[in-house]
Ligand binder design. Structure first.
Ligand code: KG4
Ligand code: ZN
Length: 333
């Protein structure tokens, strides 16, 4: 018998639905909410309302693209958390209603676990145990993955996430939200000429708030001397900031690899789309004899395909939830 899973992701500002049939992704449809650009960040209430508008057409599109009728579905999976409560609530409520009407089981998924398991959508897949650096707009973690559903957080950020460091820097530079991809593009035309300090954080934890403050004072100092400092140096500022964010991430990843002896190394999450980070992973891989794994671009940022693949591991264990399930804005791995 076929196993067909419909997965829904609505934790932040992307409404996404995917169809997984017998382990293969047949559709992964994402509706991005462009309106947050105007506000310089995600506005939770606006995001929640946009999910309500998007969810039915997005699920329809995914079913259509996969050529699957809803009567064929074996289960419905959804992101339970972490994320914005109002956004999560839309996906969870939709999944509950659809599961009830079709009389099929529901599978809850942790968004951060799903970012890591995005590596199991395509080949080559990392071998267990592996380390995964998960870097997104809301999270920065190094996770040791012993089995698909067995993950240990070795270190995480004590303040801002890596994506936030990109986005907040962008705000200081007058760039649109989200600034990560814009800084990435501008950095390619610039050179690393400005030195920003590396924070001194113990263990395998990260901190990015000090970097933001040092960039703020650096800009203030230089604008005082030259009001056109930002436009005249934008590419070089972007290259220098990106270089520092990447080196902070890579130094901790190297430390984690040395501490655990694990040389299977993966990256995941929206910031893993960054070309500087992708190159650094490959360079470190050659230097330190790592096997490295970088997901396809569309599976780096938020998507429902990663929710579907995670749900397939839970489906094998018949790990279902009932109608009393509630979303969790904070949801530890
Ligand atoms: O995983 P994701 O799509 O959503 C969250 O769960 O947060 O990550 C979004 C984050 C944003 O902060 C965005 O600026 C960052 O990923 N991002 C990038 C790039 N593409 C997306 N950061 C740096 N370089 C990129 N190319
Ligand atoms: Zn994410």
């Amino acid at each position: 018998m076929n196993t067909v899973i419909l997965a829904i992701e609505s934790s932040c500002d992307d409404t996404s639905a995917a169809i997984l049939k017998n382990g293969k992704i047949l559709a992964n449809y994402v509706a991005t909410q462009e309106m947050h650009r105007l506000h310089g960040g995600v506005v939770p209430e606006v995001a929640s309302r946009a999910h309500q508008v998007n969810i039915v057409p997005v699920v329809d599109m995914a079913l259509q693209k996969a050529g699957v009728d809803k009567s064929e579905l074996s289960a419905i999976a959804f992101t339970r958390g972490p994320g914005l409560l109002g956004s999560l609530l839309v996906g969870v409520s939709f999944a509950k209603a659809m599961a009830l009407s079709l009389d099929i089981p529901m599978i809850e998924v942790n968004h951060m676990q799903a970012h890591v398991l995005a590596h199991f959508i395509d080949s080559p897949r990392p071998a267990f145990p592996f380390l995964c650096l998960t870097v997104s707009g809301g999270h920065t973690q190094i996770v040791q993955v012993n089995a698909p559903l067995e993950m240990i957080v070795l270190g995480e950020t004590i303040d801002d996430a890596a994506g936030e460091a990109f986005d907040k820097t962008g705000k200081l530079l007058g760039l649109d939200y989200p600034a990560g991809p814009i800084i990435d593009r501008l950095a390619k035309q610039g050179e690393v000429v400005f030195d920003f300090p590396e924070p001194n954080v113990p263990d395998l934890n990260f901190s990015f708030s000090g970097l933001k403050t040092s960039i703020l004072y650096f800009l203030k100092r230089n604008i005082k001397k030259n009001p056109n400092f930002i436009p005249e140096n934008l590419d070089n500022i972007c290259a220098s900031v990106q270089d520092r964010i990447v080196s902070i991430l890579m130094n901790k990843l190297l430390k984690a690899s040395k501490q655990t002896g694990i040389q299977e190394i993966a990256i995941a999450g929206g910031v893993s789309a960054n070309s500087g980070l992708r190159k650094a992973i490959e360079d470190f891989g050659q230097q330190y004899n790592w096997n490295t794994y970088i997901p396809r671009f569309e599976y780096c940022t938020d998507n429902a395909a990663m929710i579907a693949i995670t749900a397939s591991f839970k489906y094998e264990q018949q790990d279902f939830v009932g109608q009393d399930v509630v979303p969790m804005a904070r949801y530890k791995l």
